[in-house]
Design a protein around this ligand. Structure first.
Ligand code: ZN
Length: 380
């Protein structure tokens, strides 16, 4: 019988509010606390989990940015004539995204979402490489998997391209053979369910039940092969129920500013990021944004506190953020209403991530604390 296995289970969007409200896996995972998240999305948080560094260090924050000299999407401008209801349709987008990722040799998660074709030639995409593979982090940091590889211990990681059922089956299989001592299980099914139905819908609750059951099964299977089974379950952020739609992007578009000439903007689902081409536009825009009741302009100090201040402004010169439970409809990310969303201020209750474990480890108070625990596991 093998000695010990450390399973690190990533559950996208399974936030602390949800975990405490439903008492998820309270008996199996008695070590549990709120884990502070970061401003941004999984694209911001996941590289921090994998490297232990803040966004300003690993370089990842959001997917779309203002292009430098040449945009990889230059050729897409010719499709600008398509009405957005066709061009923004998810089936069209998925197909074009797959084709483009292949052509541009992107190995990371790539999705055009609903970014208008006419704006794409002025934009660039940040996650070009698979962040789970060596060389995938923009800042050049090693991820935990390079450390695991170097430790010489047998390890495995699931493929984020696959669904939860397949990844769970693969993890159970490896544990039932006693093949691994370090395991990173990737799951994103709860995130998808909660976006679709909302975090408090019966579908989400059924999802939590199923998920908890899977973790129990995993533990039971591992316990037959190892006498020390350590499970660490964590998320990147939480999920808020969306109760309000903001049509601010449409209102902004009626202003006399012209995209490309006066400014560039990216409308994420809960945050708008701007680059201005003149001081006059910046002043007028800031005045207008300051008058809108929808959300607020983030100060550089706030970005800095969250580890998301980039001195070169590569992710924007000005950030405008909605309050928890509000969503830009439409945005560059979605054309319609979505019932669950994340990407609000980290201090909001529904934003917090969670940390649950079978055993005490060094403390995990924020996302970057997960990495040292994963590193310790390889050393022990
Ligand atoms: Zn999500």
């Amino acid at each position: 019988m093998k000695k010990r296995v450390d399973c690190f289970i990533f559950a996208d969007a399974l936030g602390w509010e949800l975990v405490s409200r439903h008492g998820i896996l309270e008996d199996l995972l008695p070590v549990r606390n709120r884990c502070e998240t970061l401003l941004g999305y999984s694209s911001t948080c996941d590289p921090t989990i994998l490297t232990g560094e803040l966004p300003c260090q690993h370089g990842h924050f959001s997917f779309f940015v203002k292009a430098g000299n040449e945009s990889p999407f230059k050729s897409l401008g010719k499709w600008s004539f398509l009405p957005q209801r066709i061009a923004g349709h998810h089936r069209v987008r998925n197909r074009v995204s797959r084709h483009l990722a292949k052509k541009l040799q992107y190995t990371g998660y790539f999705q055009l979402y609903s970014v208008p074709f006419k704006h794409l030639p002025l934009l660039d995409y940040t996650e070009k490489k698979d962040i789970y593979e060596p060389g995938g982090i923009i800042g050049g940091q090693d991820t935990i998997f390079e450390h695991w590889r170097a430790s010489g211990k047998p390890w495995m990681r699931s493929d984020w391209r696959r669904g939860d059922a397949e990844n769970l089956a693969q993890a159970k299989d490896a544990l039932s053979r006693g093949d691994v001592e370090l395991l990173y299980l990737f799951t994103a099914g709860l995130d998808a369910t909660m976006h679709r139905y909302g975090p408090h819908a019966p579908e989400a609750e059924a999802g939590f039940e199923r998920f908890a059951q899977s973790v129990r099964e995993l533990h039971a299977i591992a316990s037959k092969q190892y006498h020390d089974v350590r499970i660490h379950l964590f998320s990147d952020h939480g999920m808020a129920e969306v109760s309000q739609a903001s049509d601010m992007m449409l209102r902004w578009q009626t202003l006399p500013f012209q995209y490309g000439r006066d400014y560039i903007a990216v409308w994420d689902s809960t945050m708008a990021r701007f680059w201005f081409h003149s001081e006059k536009v910046r002043e007028d825009a800031m005045r207008w944004l300051g008058e809108q009741p929808d959300g607020r302009i983030l100060s550089d100090e706030e970005l800095e506190r969250g580890g998301c201040f980039f001195p070169d402004h590569r992710y924007g010169e000005l950030f405008y953020l909605l309050p928890s439970g509000s969503l830009f409809v439409p945005s560059f990310m979605n054309m319609g209403f979505v019932k669950g969303m994340h990407g609000y201020a980290p201090a909001e209750a529904d934003s917090a991530a969670s940390w649950l474990a079978t055993h005490e480890t060094r403390g995990v108070k924020e996302l970057k604390d997960i990495f040292p625990v994963m590193k310790d596991a390889a050393a022990n």
